[in-house]
Design a protein around this ligand. Structure first.
Ligand code: NAP
Length: 509
C-alpha cells in the first residue's frame, strides 16, 4: 500500500517547483464534504491556543466536523496511567486526523508521556518540523532566509521508555534503534526532499560514540541514500550540526535524526526564527496524521490568555493541506503572515513596539486579515509526500555466534577484589572473566586511571574455546555468581555475520 500526504513545497526553492498540485487539490475547498477531525485541547495553554486556532480555521474553511476528546493531565488525574482514554484512541483510529494541543507529562511519578503514547499507538514515526523565517519578527537571523525541515524519528531511541533502577543509586535507560525504524524515517526524509524540491538531506547522529545504535541509523541512511541519487546526502555529527545550525542555518534543507537528537535540535531551530511559540509540526504515520505545535503546555503562562497561537495555526495549515483544503490553508497562511508583518496585534512573546494583545485578539486579527495577501509569503505548490512501506527488510541476521556474556552486578567495594573472586568463580565453566567496567570504563584488570566507582559493575565473561556456548552454561555461571553477589542484568555478547554486536569498554583493547 502507498499512502500519500500532501505537504508544503516551496516552488521557488528547487527543481520541481511550479504550479503542479496533487490530484486532491483539483477539487475546490467549497465542493468538499465535511472532514472529521479529532481535537485534543490538551493542557496548560492548550485549550486557549486550540480555541483561537479553531476560530481561524472555521472562518476560512467551515467544512470540518470537529470532535473533542480528552488526553493528558486531566486523564492522569482520573487515574488512567496512559493519559489516553480508549474513546480517544478509537476516535483517532476512525478519523485518522488529529489537531492537538500540548499535553503535560507528569514528572517524577512513573506515568508515561501521553504524547509519546499517542505517537507510539498510531506508529506516527515521522515528526516533521518545518522551521522558516517569519515576517515582521526581528531575530539575530532576520534576512538570512532560514527555511529547513527537521525530521525527527518519533517512536524509538531513548523514548522507548525502558528504564530500570539497576541499583539503588544507578538508573538505566535503554536506547533502542531498529533498522526498520531507521529505514522508515530516512526514506521519509528523502521523499520529503523530493516532494518539496529540496536538494539536500543531512543525517545528524552521534555514531562516532554510539557506534551500534546511532551507527545503525547512519548506516541505514547511507544505504537508503543510494536510491535517491538526485538528492545530496551527507552525514553530520550531531554536535557539529547544532553548532552549524547556530552559525549557518541557511545551509540546511532537511535534517533527519533520531528521537532525542531531533527533540533538542528542533527546539534550538525554533529559537533561530523567533521561539517555540512559532514552530508547527506534523506527526506522520501510514494511517494517522497528528498536527501540533512544537512547544509544550507552558504552565507558567496558562490561563492568562497571553499564549501565542501561531505555531498551532501553522500546524492547522499543515493539517488543511493534508486533508486537501489547499485554498483555505493558503488563505490562513497569508492572513497570518500579514498579521505578523504589520506587527500591530502580537502576543507578548513576540511583540516589540506596541502593547501585546491577548491570544483571542491575535486570532481576531488573523480572521480580519483573511483574504489579504502577504508579499513575504513566497508562492508555494504541493507534491504528494509518499510514505513507502516497501522496506528492504535487511534485519534478518544470517550467521550468529555467541562470544560470551556481560553480567551486571551490584557491589559496594573495589574492582580488584571483585575481579579476582569472579576469575575464581568462573573456573570450571566454559567462560573466563575478561574484564570489568564501571560506568563504561574498564577498571579490571587495573588501568592506572582514577575512575570514581559506583556500585554497578559490568563483568564481561568470554567463552574460553572460541564461543558456541549453550544457555545452560550461562545459567550455571549465573547460579554461581548469584550465590555470592547480587546481579541485576545479563546481556549476551552476540556476533552477527562476523561483526561484534556489542561495544567494548573504554580502555578495553
Ligand atoms: P514549553 O511548554 O514549551 O514552554 C517553555 C517556555 O516557552 C514557556 O515557559 C514559555 O516561555 C514559552 N512558550 C512555549 N509556548 C509558548 C506559546 N505558545 N506562546 C508563548 N510562549 C510560549 O516547555 P516546558 O515548560 O519544558 O514543558 C511544559 C510541559 O509541556 C511539560 O509537561 C512537557 O512535558 C510538556 N510538553 C508537551 C509537548 C507536547 O504536547 N507535544 C511538547 C513539549 C513539552 P516564557 O517563560 O517566556 O513565557
Amino acid at each position: 500500500m502507498i499512502s500519500t500526504i500532501n505537504m508544503l513545497k516551496d516552488s521557488g526553492s528547487g527543481p520541481g517547483g511550479g504550479d503542479e498540485r496533487s490530484p486532491m487539490s483539483m477539487e475546490t475547498d467549497t465542493e468538499r464534504e465535511a472532514t472529521p477531525v479529532v481535537v485534543l485541547p490538551g493542557d496548560g495553554i492548550g485549550p486557549e491556543i486550540v480555541a483561537a486556532t479553531l476560530r481561524v480555521v472555521e472562518a476560512a474553511y467551515p467544512h470540518i466536523d470537529w470532535t473533542y476528546f480528552e488526553a493528558g493531565a486531566e486523564v492522569f488525574r482520573k487515574g488512567l496511567a496512559s493519559g489516553v482514554p480508549r474513546e480517544t484512541i478509537d476516535a483517532i483510529a476512525k478519523t485518522g486526523v488529529v489537531l492537538k494541543g500540548p499535553l503535560e507529562t507528569p514528572v517524577g511519578y512513573g506515568e508515561k508521556s501521553a504524547n509519546v503514547t499517542l505517537r507510539k499507538l498510531f506508529e506516527l514515526y515521522g515528526n516533521l518540523r518545518p522551521v522558516r523565517e517569519l515576517p515582521g519578527l526581528r531575530t539575530p537571523y532576520s534576512g538570512r532566509g532560514i527555511d529547513l525541515v527537521i525530521l525527527r524519528e518519533n517512536v524509538e531511541d531513548l523514548y522507548a521508555g525502558i528504564e530500570h533502577m539497576q541499583t539503588p543509586g544507578v538508573a538505566q535507560c535503554l536506547k533502542l534503534i531498529s533498522r526498520k525504524g531507521s529505514e522508515k524515517i530516512t526514506r521519509l526524509a528523502f521523499e520529503l526532499a523530493r516532494a518539496e524540491g529540496r536538494g539536500s538531506v543531512h543525517c545528524a547522529t552521534k555514531a562516532n560514540i554510539m557506534k551500534l545504535t546511532e551507527g545503525l541509523f547512519k548506516k541505514t541512511f547511507e544505504e537508503v541514500a543510494e536510491e535517491y541519487e538526485e538528492i545530496s546526502a551527507r552525514h553530520i555529527v550531531i554536535d557539529n550540526c547544532a553548532h552549524r545550525l547556530v552559525m549557518n542555518p541557511e545551509s540546511f534543507d532537511v535534517i533527519v535524526t533520531s528521537n532525542m537528537n531531533g527533540d533538542i535540535l528542533s527546539d534550538l531551530a525554533a529559537g533561530l526564527v523567533g521561539g517555540l511559540g512559532l514552530v508547527p509540526s506534523a506527526n506522520i504515520g501510514e494511517r494517522v496524521a497528528m498536527f501540533e505545535a512544537v512547544h509544550g503546555s507552558a504552565p507558567d503562562i496558562a490561563g492568562r490568555g497571553v499564549a501565542n497561537p501561531t505555531a498551532l495555526m501553522l500546524s492547522a495549515v499543515m493539517m488543511l493541506r493534508h486533508i486537501g483544503a489547499f485554498e483555505a490553508a493558503e488563505n490562513i497562511e497569508h492572513a497570518l503572515f500579514v498579521t505578523l508583518e504589520e506587527g500591530r496585534c502580537l502576543t507578548a512573546d513576540i511583540m516589540r513596539s506596541h502593547s501585546p494583545v491577548t491570544t483571542d485578539r491575535f486570532s481576531d486579527e488573523v480572521i480580519a486579515n483573511l483574504g489579504r495577501r502577504s508579499a513575504s509569503l513566497r508562492p508555494r505548490t504541493y507534491d504528494a509526500l509518499v510514505l513507502r512501506p516497501d522496506l528492504n527488510g535487511a534485519d534478518v541476521s544470517i550467521d550468529r555466534h555467541l562470544d560470551g556474556v556481560d553480567i551486571f552486578i551490584e557491589w559496594g567495594a573495589e574492582a580488584e577484589t571483585l575481579g579476582h573472586r569472579l576469575t575464581d568463580v568462573a573456573r570450571g565453566t566454559p567462560f573466563k572473566l575478561e574484564m570489568i567496567s564501571n560506568r563504561g570504563m574498564k577498571v579490571f584488570p587495573a588501568n592506572g586511571g582514577q575512575t570514581d566507582m559506583v556500585d554497578h559493575w559490568r563483568c564481561r565473561f568470554v567463552a574460553v574455546n572460541g564461543g558456541g556456548v549453550e544457555d545452560d552454561s550461562i545459567l550455571e555461571l549465573l547460579r554461581r555468581i548469584g550465590a555470592e553477589y547480587r546481579w541485576m542484568h545479563v546481556e549476551k555478547l552476540q556476533r552477527f555475520d562476523g561483526g561484534a554486536g556489542y561495544s567494548r569498554a573504554q580502555g578495553e583493547g
